[in-house]
Every structure is written in structure tokens, then in C-alpha cells.
Design a protein around this ligand. Structure first.
Ligand SMILES: Cc1cc2nc3c(=O)[nH]c(=O)nc-3n(C[C@H](O)[C@H](O)[C@H](O)COP(=O)(O)OP(=O)(O)OC[C@H]3O[C@@H](n4cnc5c(N)ncnc54)[C@H](O)[C@@H]3O)c2cc1C
Length: 201
């Protein structure tokens, strides 16, 4: 709900917070309030949400609740190839791996599928470089000995540090460029081993 970059047109001031409403039906009568997973009681939710400018007369069709993710204890059970360590013909994909989010879950599915094919072909398992978003997330999730494991999103904090200290946008650009260079090399290496069969563009 961070209001960064938004200016309230009438007052020309940055608001304290911004609520994103995602249209949920074709007629534009239902809107999902993004980020309102809360333990507050239903009457309290109705009271507090109606204090938001523009929502004083809103009708609430469904109220917020916390959702529960089902995931394995990946640091104990999974290899970075997404194989179950105790049974290497079994791969896990999606958020059950211990990642969160659409892109992260789909990326785990892509890698599990790629490695299942490679296993059947007798090729070495593909593990993306640590310097990439996929590789750093996977390294975090499968790092042995992590206690109290909780699912994780891809984020800049998981990347290994850069050789020189940079800050802000410069740092993010340098991390992205390093990751792109490394994933291209990794992809070309895989394509070489699999004689063009494995494409991960
Ligand atoms: C309220 C909510 C809001 C979210 N908002 C966002 C967001 O804005 N952005 C974002 O990136 N992520 C968001 N997420 C997280 C995101 O939805 C998940 O991380 C992602 O969908 C996980 O993908 P998945 O394919 O691993 O699992 P799922 O999408 O859960 O798919 C698993 C599928 O397996 C099926 N299944 C389960 N058991 C069986 C069985 N025994 N046999 C056959 N099929 C079975 C299920 O029916 C389901 O279709 C949100 C999650 C929730 C709950």
C-alpha cells in the first residue's frame, strides 16, 4: 500500500497510503482490495474499511482472511535441482517447494520440468547460477540447516553481494546485468550439453 510515485490530484500531496482495487467481474461492480489479508473480526473490517475515502458506502461481499500455504521443509528435503533428496526420481514444482508468488511458482515448475527431462535423458541436473533471481531463490530455499524455514519471494536481498559497493538504482542495475550475463551463459551451456534440446530463454 506504499504510495510512492502517486500524487493525490486535488491536494497535489502524496497520500499516506494507497489501496489498489482489482476489478473482479465483467460489469465492474466487484473489486478485490489487494493486500487485505487480515485477522481482524468481520465487524471491525467493515468499520475500518469504510473509513477509507471512497469506500464509506461500499458493500463488502467477502471479507479478508489469512491464507495458509502448504509447503515442504525444503532445506531438509530438497536438492537445488528440485529433486526430493531421498527419492531423486521425484521432483517438486510450484509453491509447495517453499516459494511464494505467481512468477516464483511458475519458475519452479519450469525448472522441475526441465530437470525431469534431463534425468530421463541421463544428463546432469540443471541448477541456475546463484547470481540470478531464480538461482538465488533456489539457493535460499534449499540451503541445508536453515531453521524455522518460511516461504520466500524472489528479492534483491537474496543475491550474493557485488564485488564493489553500490547503492539504490545503480546496485539493482548491476545485479540485474550480472544475473542476465550469467543466465545466458548457463543457458548456452545447457543447450550445448543437450545438443540444442534444452532451451530456457
Ligand atoms: C488470496 C491470495 C492472493 C494472492 N495474490 C498474489 C499476487 O498478487 N501475486 C502473486 O505473485 N502471488 C499471489 N498469491 C500467491 C500465488 O497465488 C501462489 O504463489 C501461486 O498461485 C502458487 O502456484 P502453484 O501452481 O504452485 O499452486 P496453486 O496455484 O495453488 O495450484 C495448485 C493446483 O493443484 C490443485 N490440486 C491440489 N491438490 C490436488 C490433488 N490432490 N489432485 C489434483 N490437483 C490438486 C489445486 O486445485 C490447484 O489448482 C496469492 C495467493 C492467495 C491465496
Amino acid at each position: 500500500m506504499g504510495p510512492v510515485g502517486l500524487v493525490e490530484p486535488r491536494s497535489r500531496r502524496q497520500p499516506f497510503a494507497a489501496v489498489q482495487l482489482r476489478q473482479d467481474d465483467a460489469e465492474g461492480r466487484l473489486y478485490n482490495m489487494v493486500g487485505f489479508q487480515t485477522k481482524m473480526t468481520h465487524p471491525e473490517q467493515r468499520r475500518v474499511f469504510r473509513m477509507i475515502p471512497g469506500l464509506d458506502r461500499a458493500e463488502f461481499v467477502r471479507l479478508g482472511s489469512l491464507h495458509r500455504n502448504t509447503y515442504v521443509n525444503a532445506p531438509d528435503l530438497l536438492l537445488p535441482s528440485l529433486q526430493v533428496a531421498a527419492r531423486r526420481s521425484l521432483f517438486l514444482a510450484g509453491q509447495i517447494v517453499g516459494v511464494e508468488g505467481y512468477v516464483e511458482s511458475a519458475a519452479m515448475g519450469m525448472l522441475a520440468g526441465l530437470n525431469a527431462v534431463r534425468l530421463l535423458r541421463g544428463e546432469p541436473m540443471a541448477v541456475p547460477p546463484r547470481t540470478t533471481a531464480l538461482g538465488s531463490l533456489l539457493a535460499y530455499v534449499t540451503e541445508r540447516g536453515r531453521k524455522g524455514f518460511q516461504p520466500m519471494n524472489a528479492n534483491y536481498g537474496l543475491f550474493p553481494p557485488l564485488p564493489r559497493a553500490l547503492r539504490g538504482r545503480e546496485k539493482k542495475l548491476a545485479l540485474a546485468e550480472r544475473g542476465l550475463d550469467d543466465i545466458r551463459r548457463w543457458r548456452d551451456g545447457l543447450a550445448g550439453v543437450a545438443s540444442g534440446a534444452a532451451s530456457v530463454a
